[in-house]
Design a protein around this ligand. Structure first.
Ligand code: ADP
Length: 650
């Protein structure tokens, strides 16, 4: 949770605002406040959401396709039922016609025998409730059961329709009534097939009717629909009454109205239609189905199946797939959760190390963990390298500060002591004639001056060091003759030491009148003098210092003609380890009992100055006590006329 931001707009009234929780993750992500664990979970989320969307989409389209297949199968089945109904009606028609013709030909004319003829015909056909022969007025003249004789059928629309129609192209002349209650018991749901019988001249003379008990139609349409057999066949008449339903064949006559669905209504209008979802008016089950017209009689046939039955096999394939996908996502999140611990652990430990180091425990180092992630291992390694360097730097700085304090303390002590001595003598030396005489006054004053100069040198170095650190060292370049500069330095060096202790010899290029270089004169003098001073300082008496100067062509030590000044001493020498580090700031080599004062800054400052001149400074030594040689290389300038160089007297 992000901390609430506190705003005090009106003095005394504090308003807390909280980032919107919805965007909190994004907010934290942007602010870099998510842990590795949260990043991993976020990554998995980013990966899985599109995959899940694809999976859901493909499951959905698979479901759609399967539903289409089921609906098409149902339409095919509905059509085949429609064909069965049509052929059943056709059978009925031809049977009625045959009955009518044979009746006219063979039947006895008395009522009883005629009825018996009809009874013999009906008996073997279980679904026929009655057979009757009408005259053209609609009156039943013969019938089985005989009770129907005399019944008036003229008001039946199907009867009227038959009277008003003509035989079809096959010579068949018939109509079918809609569903109605049997005339016998007034409750059995029946429909009657009416067939016209014609004489040889084609004149309609009689009508044969046979009524079919619709509750017995299961024997004819005994079809199992759907995987679990819970599918049903329905047949509706022109009024939409349910003539037959395979699931509920025994339905009472008054329960057969208002059972039509939109697809049934469409089929009664002559349109085939499928419905992916419809609630059954019979059992309330959610079903899918298709209806198709039975065109010859204007009825419809339908197939319906519980959605559950039809679609479950597909759903049973999709759901486990989605579930296993979800399971994989959960496992991935858990794995990321656990794995993040493994990833974060070395980082947390590295952080602790860094904190401890930052608080001053300079010995603290990151432990190298075998299980570390490569980058973390590299980071630990880099951290340790940085820590090593910082530790060394800090130690060097501490030593340097102690040394600097010591270096400054010595001249101050001398100055203080000498001044006190002089003051004491001053008090005692007051002569009666008013004149003051202090013995060795000159010696004391030059001692004070010498120590003050030492202090000033030290302070100068410290200042230059801070300037170098801040990148504020400024140079004033000019074209000069290097020989002149060198001579001044040699003279100054000779003043530093008496000739009986050290000898300085100079060799090189007597025939070369000018060595033109472009340098900051004061700084390069400082460098050369520093090298000469060191050669004196680090050579136990009597030291022998050899100075040489040479001119080198392009490519020897740099890509330009250049001069090389070498200063060779027979002093305490240097080990290879010292040679490698001698130009680092604060570095002072172990001088094995040979006590020499210094700050370890001179060579560092010199090397920086030489670098700024495009030159080179390096050292060689055959080892401790073998002496050492310092080299300074500086690029030579092309001088067109000697007059360009200022002539400085040596
Ligand atoms: P300082 O002399 O003030 O210590 P420098 O930077 O001039 O500082 O020298 C760094 C170190 O290099 C010295 O402490 C010394 O150990 C070593 N060194 C310099 N010049 C010589 C030399 N000519 N012979 C042997 N060691 C030297």
């Amino acid at each position: 949770m992000d901390k609430p931001t506190v705003q005090e707009k009106v003095p005394g009234i504090v308003i807390y605002t909280q980032p919107s929780p919805k965007l909190e993750w994004l907010h934290l992500l942007r602010q870099g406040k998510l842990s590795i664990r949260q990043h991993l979970v976020f990554l998995i989320f980013l990966l899985f959401v599109p995959l899940l969307a694809i999976e859901i989409y493909s499951g959905f389209s698979e479901y759609q396709t399967q539903r289409q297949v089921v609906l098409e199968n149902q339409a095919t089945n509905a059509r085949s039922v429609a064909r069965s109904v049509t052929s059943f009606i056709n059978d009925r028609v031809s049977n009625n016609r045959a009955l009518g013709l044979s009746f006219l030909r063979q039947a006895p004319q008395d009522l009883e025998s005629a009825n018996k003829f009809l009874a013999d015909y009906r008996r073997p056909i279980p679904f026929l409730t009655s057979v009757r022969i009408f005259d053209l007025t609609g009156r039943v003249i013969y019938a089985d059961p005989p009770v129907l004789v005399g019944l008036d059928f003229s008001q039946q629309p199907a009867f009227q329709k038959l009277l008003n129609s003509q035989p079809d192209s096959n010579g068949l002349h018939y109509t079918v009534t809609d569903l109605r209650a049997s005339d016998l018991d007034n409750k059995t749901p029946v429909f009657t097939v009416l067939v016209g019988i014609h004489d040889a001249s084609g004149k309609l003379i009689k009508i044969v009717g046979s009524s079919v008990d619709t509750t017995k139609l299961s024997q004819i349409f005994d079809v199992k629909i759907g995987g679990r057999g819970r599918g049903s066949i329905s047949i509706h008449d022109t009024q939409g009454q349910l003539v037959y339903n395979s699931q509920f064949p025994e339905l009472k006559i008054d329960e057969r109205s208002n059972r039509q669905t939109p697809s049934v209504m469409a089929a009664l209008q002559g349109q085939e239609m499928s419905q992916p979802f419809v609630k059954s008016t019979l059992d309330g089950v959610e079903k899918m189905g298709a209806s198709t017209p039975i065109s010859v009689i204007g009825w419809s046939s339908s197939i319906a199946e519980p959605i559950e039955d039809a679609m479950n096999p597909t759903i049973n394939l999709i759901i486990p797939r989605l579930a296993s996908f979800g399971l994989v996502a959960i496992i991935a999140v858990l794995a990321a959760w656990v794995y993040s611990r493994y990833l974060a652990k070395p980082l947390i430990s590295l952080r602790k190390t860094a904190v401890a180091f930052g608080q001053g425990d300079l010995q603290k180092r990151a432990t190298s963990n075998r299980h570390n992630v490569l980058e973390v291992a590299e980071l630990s390694h880099s951290f340790n390298q940085m820590a090593d360097r910082l530790e060394k730097e800090t130690q060097a700085r501490d030593t340097f500060l102690a040394q600097a304090a010591h270096e400054l303390k010595t001249p101050i002590t001398v100055i203080k002591g000498t001044t006190q001595l002089m003051l004491n003598r001053l008090k005692k030396a007051q002569s009666p004639n008013g004149t003051i005489e202090i013995p060795n006054l000159n010696k004391h004053l030059s001692n004070i001056e010498h120590q003050a100069n030492r202090m000033s040198d030290l302070v100068m170095r410290l200042l230059e060091h801070t300037r170098l650190q801040a990148g504020r060292m400024e140079y004033q370049f000019e074209n000069i003759d290097f020989l002149a500069l060198l001579n001044r330095c040699l003279e100054a060096a000779l003043r530093l030491t008496s000739l009986d202790r050290h000898t300085i010899s100079f060799e090189g290029l007597p025939s070369t009148p000018l060595l033109p270089v472009r340098v900051d004169t004061a700084r390069i003098e400082q460098v050369v003098l520093n090298l000469l001073e060191n050669a004196i300082k680090y050579s136990p008496e009597p030291g022998k210092i050899q100075v040489e100067l040479a001119i080198k062509e392009t490519g020897e030590y740099m890509q330009k003609p250049h001069l090389v000044l070498s200063i060779k001493d027979n002093g305490i020498g240097l080990s290879q380890a010292d040679i490698d580090r001698i130009f680092e700031r604060y570095y002072r080599a172990e001088t094995a009992g040979y006590k020499v004062s210094g700050l370890g800054l001179g060579l560092y400052i010199s090397s920086e100055i030489v670098r700024a001149h495009g030159g080179k400074l390096w050292v060689t030594s055959s080892g401790p006590q073998q002496g050492s040689t310092f080299y300074l290389a500086l690029p030579l300038e092309q001088v067109t006329a000697p007059a360009e160089l200022p002539t400085k007297a040596v």
